[in-house]
Each structure stands twice: as structure tokens, then as C-alpha cells.
Design a protein. Structure first.
Length: 266
């Protein structure tokens, strides 16, 4: 593998949006992306493949996963691996079986991007549906924990692995009506910090959280149905940050919270 981090690029939080990734940044790397059929997950999977990675596409909808798969194949990038999985109902055994199949197919895992998310309902906690609460927690919090935990053996076996958790402004400060989504994101950021602290000794695994900011996506449209999507960044416009944290130019950077745009929402 050609090293891209000989002169390691150190970027401040407000500089990530201007990062220019070398074409070979992720050559020979194997990266798993959850929510790979969504706006951000799909854009990241294609971007990682464009920069040399073999991508594992994980998501619930085979149709949207196939859209991302076709985009990667039609662009002439490395053939990705399709992994349809319903995170809401996945068990620890399902995650272990997934990791076992990755090890059998590739013999390595160099990174994970947790991009899958479910919004749920914007409603007062007093009236929040308890079944929906459990679903949101399972998808947004338990799933990234269980997948990361199951993947640690493979991540430790490679050099300079990276795990990126998705952050959101409502995870920094509780806001009315964001319910389980806001609570789950607050917990995810703490989860990422704990993983980073525990893995900082005797491993080269980097763990960070990344807030995409205001981006055109189905989840954003559900939360703000009256918003003009043309006022928002496209998923591709925030990809420099996703490439930076996944690639070798962020070697040694762990336990941080980053914004993909200069002014992410608070």
C-alpha cells in the first residue's frame, strides 16, 4: 500500500470542509458503512470507493443498497460487498456472523462509518410512544455499539483503523421534542469517547464522532418538512471530513468531535 500520511495533515475542526484527499487515500482498505443506502452513508460509500477502498454496504433496504452498489460498479471502482441487515432486529449473533463473513471474504477490516439513523417522532416526552422509543434506541445507539464491539478483533489486527460515529447538534444540548433521537445521540457521543479512551492504549484504532451539519437527506426532510432543501449542503459537499477522519492523514487523532461544515448546528 502506498502511504498517504508521510507528511501527516493536521486539520482543525473548522478546516475539515476544505480537505483535499489524495486519490489513493484508501487504497487496499476495507471499510464498512452502515446506512449505505441513505444520503450520507451512500455518498460516503461511493467516496470511499472512489479513493481506493473496498466498501461493505450495510443497510435495511436492498433497493437503496443496490443503488449505491450500482453507482460504485458503474464508476469502475472496486466491487463492494452487499450486507442487508435490519438493525432494529439484529442480535449480537447477527453482528458476529457479519464480522465472520467479512473476515472470511477480505481477511481484514480497516474502518467503520456508522451512518444509519432513524428519526422517530418529534413529540413531547410525556406522550412519546414507548415502542418507538425502544426502536430508536436500538437503531441509533445499540446497533453501533454492538457492531463496533463485534468488530474489535478485526480492527485491532489491522494498522491504523478508524471508527466514525455520527453526531448531531441535539446530542450536545437537549432540545424539546427531539425525544429518543436526541437522547440516543447524546449517548452515542459518550460511547465514542469511551471507546476512544479504552482503545487509545495498545491499539492504533481511532474513534471519533462527526456531525454532518445541515445536509439534504430524507431524515432532514422528515424533521423539517417545510424547509427548502436547496438551502442545505449536499451529501457530497461534506465528504472531505468523512475522508479525512477515515484516512491516514488523521493518524493519531482520536476521541474528538468534529463538524463536517464550518458552522454545524448547535
Amino acid at each position: 500500500m502506498k502511504k498517504t500520511g508521510i507528511n501527516i495533515t493536521r486539520l482543525k475542526n473548522n478546516q475539515l470542509h476544505s480537505y483535499e484527499a489524495p486519490e489513493e487515500l484508501l487504497n487496499e482498505r476495507v471499510i464498512l458503512v452502515t446506512g449505505a443506502g441513505g444520503a450520507i452513508g451512500g455518498a460516503a460509500a461511493i467516496s470511499y470507493a472512489k479513493h481506493g477502498a473496498t466498501v461493505i454496504l450495510l443497510g435495511r433496504s436492498e433497493k437503496t443498497l443496490n443503488d449505491t452498489y450500482d453507482a460504485i460498479i458503474n464508476a469502475g471502482y472496486s466491487k463492494p460487498m452487499l450486507c442487508p441487515l435490519d438493525l432494529e432486529n439484529a442480535t449480537p449473533g447477527n453482528y458476529q456472523a457479519l464480522v465472520d463473513s467479512v473476515e472470511k471474504e477480505f481477511g481484514r477490516l480497516d474502518g467503520i462509518l456508522h451512518a444509519a439513523a432513524m428519526l422517530g417522532a418529534l413529540t413531547p416526552l410525556e406522550h412519546y410512544d414507548l415502542t418507538l422509543w425502544s426502536r430508536i434506541m436500538q437503531i441509533n445507539l445499540n446497533a453501533p455499539f454492538l457492531l463496533t464491539r463485534a468488530s474489535l478483533k478485526l480492527l485491532k489486527a489491522t494498522n491504523n483503523a478508524s471508527v466514525i460515529f455520527s453526531a448531531a447538534g441535539v446530542g450536545l444540548k437537549g432540545e424539546a421534542y427531539w425525544g429518543a433521537y436526541g437522547v440516543a445521540h447524546a449517548a452515542v457521543e459518550n460511547l465514542a469517547e469511551i471507546f476512544a479512551d479504552e482503545l487509545d492504549i495498545n491499539t492504533s484504532i481511532r474513534v471519533n464522532s462527526l456531525d454532518p451539519g445541515l445536509v439534504r437527506s430524507r431524515l432532514r426532510a422528515l424533521a423539517y418538512p417545510g424547509e427548502d432543501p436547496n438551502t442545505l449542503a449536499t451529501p457530497n459537499q461534506v465528504m472531505p471530513a468523512y475522508l479525512y477522519l477515515m484516512g491516514e492523514d488523521s493518524t493519531g487523532i482520536t476521541g474528538g468531535r468534529f463538524d463536517a461544515q464550518p458552522h454545524a448546528p448547535s
